[in-house]
Design a binder for this molecule. Structure first.
Ligand code: KG4
Ligand code: ZN
Length: 341
């Protein structure tokens, strides 16, 4: 089965062609530079940029894959959650392509696509899924932080999520307070390599609460007050690195300990992680260490599939088609607030 997928939920315009679980092409045009000067994504600008880039990106994806529109068996797009006017561009374009080609169309939940993205890599993909279920899965991005129990493929239940800021947002907002660019997550990761994680003690919110929820806004506020009281730190490169490493350590400790606690309680076989923050080296290393110590198999999304991309949308769409999931009617609308259940 050959599927064209489009993803425009935030600030990446992406098109991919997947066939039989394999990625034939995955073209991503990032808008980071455009939004950098505003310190965050400006929805109107994002939508205009998607409009400008969607056609060339889609053409490139088809060309890279060596696939013509006539060879497509289905078309998929991110339906939500995301920025409404950004989602609209890819979703409506994909529906139009499906309509013109008389092919099935699927609207995909962005978080569900992240959830299964650790299974994409490998040949054949998802081959060892059955040996790995049930598992607890951490989805950690700029917009969301979710812990999900995956009983079997396409059969999952959200255990908890953030009650305020997402982990990626915490990286980005604390980085902004330190004067780092947007998004600050990758730079904090890099600078942390040169810093001491125990240099400054920041709170680990909800770490000891019995539930599977997260909260990162208190941590951000505590960094804000710390910088307000010690502004001179920002003139010292080593201290900025120490600050980065200390903030990162607080975020990573909460993510890893709560994920592992849920995995033990649910008595699962494995742990997976996906979403942009899963690029973070400390998070990858700590999850690896903790899973090894506690006897859980670990599967992390490949770094290029952690951040937003259309390949994960296409792969999930194909799995759904194979499982006879219902198709979306061609006049269905976007769902900007679509919560993963
Ligand atoms: O999944 P994603 O591309 O978009 C959303 O769906 O939100 O995630 C983007 C988020 C941003 O907050 C970014 O700072 C964070 O992922 N991120 C990182 C790293 N790479 C990306 N955070 C920490 N360390 C990284 N290496
Ligand atoms: Zn995402």
């Amino acid at each position: 089965m050959t599927i064209l997928a489009l993803e425009t939920s935030c600030d990446e315009t992406s098109a991919a062609v997947v066939r039989d679980g394999k990625i034939l092409s995955n073209t991503v045009s990032s808008q980071i530079k455009l939004h950098e000067e505003y310190g965050g994504v400006v929805p109107e600008l994002a939508a205009r940029e998607h409009l400008k880039n969607l056609l060339p990106v889609t053409r490139a994806a088809l060309q890279d894959a060596g696939v013509s529109p006539a060879q497509l068996d289905a078309v998929a797009a991110t339906q939500g959650p995301g920025l409404g006017i950004a989602l609209l561009i890819g979703f409506k374009a994909a529906q139009a392509v499906a309509f013109a080609l008389h092919k099935p169309f699927l609207g995909i939940n962005h978080h569900e696509a992240h959830l299964y993205s650790p299974w994409i890599a490998g040949t054949p993909p998802v081959a060892d899924f059955a040996n790995f279920q049930p598992n607890v899965s951490l989805i950690v991005s700029g917009g969301h932080t979710l812990l999900v129990l995956v009983a079997s493929e396409l059969n999952h239940r959200v255990l908890g999520g953030t009650i305020d800021d997402a982990a990626g947002e915490c990286f980005d907002k604390t980085g902004k307070l330190m004067g780092l660019g947007y998004p600050a997550g990758p730079l904090i990761d890099k600078l942390s390599e040169l810093g001491r994680p125990d240099a400054y003690d920041f709170p680990r919110p909800l770490l000891h609460d019995a539930n599977d929820d997260f909260s990162f806004s208190g941590l951000k506020t505590s960094v804000r007050y710390f910088i307000r009281d010690h502004p001179e730190l920002l003139d010292d490169r080593q201290k900025v690195c120490d600050l980065c490493a200390s903030v990162q350590a607080a975020i990573v400790e909460v993510l890893v300990k709560k994920t592992l606690r849920a995995a033990k309680r649910e008595d699962v076989r494995g742990v997976t992680a996906s979403g942009g923050v899963t690029c973070n080296r400390a998070l990858r290393n700590e999850l690896e260490r903790a899973c090894k110590k506690n006897g859980f198999a670990l599967r992390l999304a490949e770094k290029n599939l952690c951040t937003d991309n259309a390949a994960m949308i296409g792969v999930l769409a194909e799995r759904k088609l194979l499982a006879n999931a219902p198709l979306a009617p061609l006049d269905e609308e976007i769902k900007p607030g679509w919560v993963l259940a």
